[in-house]
Unconditional design. Sequence first.
Length: 255
Amino acid sequence: MRKPIIAGNWKMHKTIAEAVDLVREMRRGLNAVETVESVVCPPYIALPAVADALSGTRVGVGAQNMFWAEQGAYTGEIAPGMLEGWCQYVILGHSERRQYFGETDEGVNKKAHVAFAHSLTPIICVGEDLAQNEAGETDKIVRGQVTGALVGLDAAQVSSLVIAYEPIWAIGTGRNAEPADANRVIAVSIRGAVAELYGETVAQAVRIQYGGSTNDKNIAGFMNMPDIDGALVGGASLKAESFVGMVTATARVRG
Ligand code: 13P
């Protein structure tokens, strides 16, 4: 059975002090839930303080990105080795990275390989934009992103990573995908692509989240779907009440 995973992507929000306050507010409620994995992904600069505040709890920590080189003249970038020890997860290929910072499937793939070399589990983001959705291209786009991100990874690595299906038109818009539609894309286009590449056992092992305007009110609808294994949460992860509410609601539905 795939353990549900609810991850909060804080994006470019929270100073170090605010980040520590937020996890102090959340940690007891998150730690009380055993059947759902919870992860917070603060900005880089807050990672050590957040990791310290969460030490001794079952709450995981993730980075929002990293570069693929081990070190070097890459002004402003963060190397995988710098993250090691502070977090267990790293979000790769978020649509905002693709849109504003030129992230490509090839770059995501390079980063995924390096993540595993540094004991970091990638959360690989895929998803179509509104025009692609309306043109009926969702399956093609998402399959292409999944295939591109996984090149050269072995079956054990793919089984252990997380994929987040985040339709761009649903991110930060208050317009979430219908749970049944998200489930279909996840089952057919994402799990289906993994099955074609790696076989059914790997496809059944990989955890696939939905992301895009999820909150404590609508999460149960997604978690009732058989192929949705959790959520990558933006706005609703910035408040303790809503994020803890999402984790406890997931435990009620799936635990
Ligand atoms: P929202 O939950 O704010 O729509 O953001 C989703 C997202 O992009 C998480 O990575």
